[in-house]
Design a protein around this ligand. Structure first.
Ligand SMILES: *Cc1c(COP(=O)(O)O)cnc(C)c1O
Length: 375
C-alpha cells in the first residue's frame, strides 16, 4: 500500500527496519547517534553550529510550532500570521491558546503572500513583534517563499517564525541568510521521509538566550532543552525520546544524502506533482490550482459533479488498488487531495493515475467535470 498523503508519508523499508530494536537513550552510543542527527538536520537548514541549534521534541509538527511560539513570542505578544489556509489557522490557535495574540493578514484567493502587504501591516501596527509564516500551506498546496517575506520582516526590525513542516528538506531554506528567523519548525516525517514521532525547531542561539524564561511551559520550553544540551551533552534528552524514530531517521538521512539532498528531493517531488497534475487533467478531472501556483507537496483535485461521486467510495476503490489517499478535504469546494511527498516516484504517480481512472469507472462516474464554482 502506498500512502499518497502529505504526511505521514510512505517510507522506505530500510527506514522502517531500523526501528526493529530496543535502545537505551542515555547509552553512550545512542547519545552519539542523537548528537550527530542534530548536526545533520541543522546543516540541512543552512545553520552553523555557532549560531543555530536543532532542538528535537518528542511529538508531531504542532508541538514544534507551539514550542517555537512559546519560546520566542512573549506572553501577550502580537504575531502577524498571513491567513494562507488551515495550517495558518492552526498556528494562530496555538498562539492564542498559549496566551499570545495572533493578528491575521488576509491573503486573497489562492495567491502567495505578498511581502508588500506584510510590510504595510507591520508599519501599521508597531506592536507586532513577530510574523508567523507557513512555508508550504498543506491545505491549499500553495508555496509561500519565506525569503522575500523575511526581508521585509528584517527591514521592519521584527522577528519571524516559520512553519516548514511540509517543506523542510525539499524546498530551499538557508537560515544563515535569514537572521530574522527565530525558529523553523518541522518533523522527522514528511519530506525527510523518516518515521513520524519527532519534531524539530532550528533556532537562533542568541535569540533563544535572550528569550529564555517566557515559554510558560516546561515541556515546550526550547531554552530549557538547550540548557540540557549544555549541561549533559549534545546527545542528551530531558524526557524519554522515541528512540526507534531517531534510529530510523539516521537511515532516512543517509538515503536523503544518497539521493542528492534538497535539490534532488525537490526535483523528484516536482516531477511527482507534474505527472499527477497532468494525469488528472488527462482523465477529465480539474485540479483546484492553476499550474503556475501549484506547489510540489500536495495536489487538490475538484470532486466530479456526477451524483455517483462519494469521496469515501473513491478512497475505498483506490485502496483496493494499492493507494491510500485522505478521506477528507481542506478546500472550500469539494475535492480530493493527493500527496506528492514521501518515498514515491513519478512511476508510482503514473500507476496512481491509472488506478484513479479505474476507480472512477468502478464507481460509475460518467461526468468528471467539477460542480460549477460558487464564485
Ligand atoms: C503536517 C503539517 C503540520 C503538523 O502536523 P502534525 O500532524 O502535528 O505533524 C504543520 N504544518 C504544516 C504546514 C503541515 O503540513
Amino acid at each position: 500500500m502506498l500512502l499518497l498523503i502529505p504526511g505521514p508519508v510512505t517510507t522506505r523499508p530500510e527506514v522502517r527496519a531500523a526501528m526493529a530494536q530496543d535502545f537505551a537513550p542515555w547509552d553512550n552510543d545512542f547519545r552519539i547517534l542523537y548528537a550527530d542527527l542534530r548536526g545533520r538536520v541543522r546543516a540541512i537548514s543552512g545553520g552553523a553550529r555557532e549560531t543555530h541549534s536543532a532542538i528535537a521534541l518528542q511529538g508531531c509538527g504542532h508541538f514544534a510550532t507551539e514550542a517555537s511560539l512559546r519560546s520566542f513570542v512573549p506572553p501577550g505578544g502580537r504575531i502577524l500570521v498571513p491567513a494562507t489556509g488551515q495550517y495558518a489557522e492552526r498556528m494562530m490557535r496555538l498562539a492564542r491558546e498559549a496566551g499570545r495574540v495572533p493578528v491575521p493578514l488576509a491573503v486573497p484567493g489562492n495567491g502567495t503572500v505578498q511581502p508588500e502587504a506584510v510590510a504595510a501591516a507591520l508599519a501599521a501596527d508597531p506592536g507586532i513583534g513577530h510574523v508567523g509564516l507557513v512555508y508550504s500551506e498543506t491545505s491549499s498546496g500553495v508555496v509561500h517563499d519565506p525569503a522575500p517575506v523575511g526581508k521585509v520582516v528584517r527591514e521592519a526590525g521584527r522577528r519571524m517564525i516559520l512553519d516548514a513542516v511540509s517543506a523542510f528538506g525539499a524546498l530551499p531554506l538557508d537560515v544563515a541568510a535569514m537572521p530574522e528567523l527565530d525558529a523553523v519548525a518541522f518533523t522527522s516525517n514528511k519530506c525527510l521521509e523518516g518515521m513520524p514521532g519527532l519534531s524539530f525547531s532550528v533556532v537562533r542561539l542568541d535569540r533563544l538566550e535572550a528569550c529564555a524564561g517566557q515559554a510558560g511551559s516546561w515541556s515546550f520550553n526550547l531554552a530549557d532543552v538547550q540548557a540540557q544540551y549544555r549541561r549533559s551533552g549534545d546527545g542528551s534528552f530531558r524526557f524519554t525520546p522515541p528512540a526507534q524514530v531517531l534510529a530510523s531517521l539516521r537511515v532516512a538521512l543517509d538515503l536523503y544524502d544518497a539521493e542528492g539532498g534538497q535539490a534532488a528531493r525537490l526535483a523528484r517531488y516536482r516531477e511527482n506533482a507534474r505527472v499527477l497534475y497532468d494525469g488528472m487533467v488527462s482523465l477529465g478531472l480539474q485540479p483546484c490550482l492553476a499550474w503556475e501556483v501549484q506547489g510540489p507537496i500536495v495536489v487538490n483535485v475538484r470532486a466530479p459533479a456526477d451524483p455517483a461521486w462519494s469521496l469515501q467510495g473513491f478512497v475505498d476503490a483506490l485502496k483496493s488498488r494499492g493507494f491510500l489517499i485522505s478521506n477528507f478535504y481542506n478546500t472550500a469546494e469539494p475535492s480530493f487531495r493527493v500527496g506528492c511527498i514521501g518515498a514515491v516516484t513519478p512511476e508510482d504517480m503514473q500507476r496512481f493515475v491509472a488506478a484513479a481512472d479505474a476507480a472512477l469507472h468502478a464507481l460509475g462516474i460518467r461526468n468528471r467535470a467539477p460542480v460549477a464554482s460558487a464564485a
